[in-house]
Design a protein around this ligand. Structure first.
Ligand SMILES: O=C(O)CCC(=O)C(=O)O
Length: 327
């Protein structure tokens, strides 16, 4: 059975994806198997997000779950957030509760293998062009009955670049439904020519005060749901968030932040070698493409650094209800 959304016919086609609605006029041309239909491409451009089903098979999911379980087991040795773990407030050594595993691609080779999978790179090429670099990765866990909410935000507020041909892929390691804290996307907000304020009292806090965004109707948000093995794709400027997981099912979402190679970060550059070492497909470049994009720097840095969850603890006016976790 060809995956939903696949054309399932000849293996290679000429793929032309125009990014003019993002404000630039490139014509992406490449030889590779096309997985996205024209309708899916149009939907991504219009809405700023897309869910593609059946990207990863059961065998890959099993391997991923084993790798994740191994990493989570290591959290029994820690009592506070580290470079690897972001912990739920109810975490204890006896009952490890990990909210996020930070940069999994640095911790286990399988996470690199997954992002370089031909099906995924085919979709990335269609959406971002032939040259794609990994900006970062994170695994948001959302345990049953306590997985934390993420307040409304644009990823762009955290990592502005010279252009916005950037998206986050969410590989669903579990079935994601309306009830276990799906990612919620506000359609079309990536095309609005502004960056919403993610500051409070003059400091970055990684979240939007819903009262300060009267131009947005949060009730229009769409849940990115799908069976395990599906992937969501959301544009870096899309307003999104997610509620607490109050169900009895886990929701593990492996997020890869992927950028067109000519989108250069405006903050935090290490070395050219490390930077080029994060290429997912195609060629790197030292010639950034600059576009007229709205930018507000995430500075001064958040009071609580380390992860979006920590940054957002400063936000006084929260949108998502947080119930006390079952202990
Ligand atoms: O885990 C989620 O549902 C949302 C994650 C997210 O938006 C983020 O970590 O930036």
């Amino acid at each position: 059975m060809p995956p939903q959304g696949a054309r399932g016919d000849a293996t290679h086609h000429r793929n032309l994806a125009r990014s003019s609605e993002f404000g630039c006029c490139q014509l992406f041309t490449a030889e590779y198997p096309i997985l996205l239909t024209d309708n899916q491409l149009a939907a991504y451009r219009k809405d700023g997000f897309l869910v593609v089903e059946h990207v990863f098979d059961q065998a890959t999911l099993e391997r991923l779950r084993r790798a994740v379980a191994g990493l989570v087991a290591g959290a029994a040795d820690v009592t506070d957030h580290t470079d690897v773990y972001d912990l739920e407030p109810t975490h204890t050594a006896e009952q490890p509760r990990v909210r996020r595993i930070k940069t999994p691609h640095k911790l286990h080779p399988l996470f690199w293998e997954v992002v370089k999978h031909p099906k995924l790179t085919s979709i990335l090429r269609s959406l971002l062009g032939p040259n794609v670099r990994l900006h970062g990765s994170k695994l948001n866990m959302k345990l049953p009955h306590c997985g934390a909410a993420v307040e409304w935000h644009q990823d762009w507020a955290f990592y502005p670049h010279t252009n916005d041909d950037i998206l986050a892929v969410g590989v669903m390691l579990d079935d994601v439904g309306e009830d276990n804290g799906p990612l919620l996307a506000l359609p079309g907000t990536h095309r609005i020519d502004k960056i919403w304020d993610h500051h409070q009292d003059g400091r970055f806090c990684g979240a939007m005060d819903p009262a300060a965004a009267p131009d947005l109707d949060f009730s229009r948000a769409v849940a990115c749901t799908g069976k395990a093995g599906s992937c969501s794709f959301h544009h870096v400027r899309l307003v999104h968030g997610s509620s607490q997981n109050n169900s009895d099912k886990p929701r593990q979402l492996m997020l890869y932040e992927c950028a067109a190679a000519d989108a250069w970060p405006l903050l935090r550059f290490s070395t050219l070698e490390e930077y080029d070492g994060r290429m997912i497909c195609g060629e790197s470049t030292i010639e950034p493409r600059t576009e007229r994009v709205p930018i507000r720097m995430p500075l001064p840095t958040a009071l609580a650094e380390g992860s979006i969850y920590e940054n957002q603890t400063a936000l006084r006016n929260r949108y998502f209800e947080t119930k006390r976790a079952i202990t």
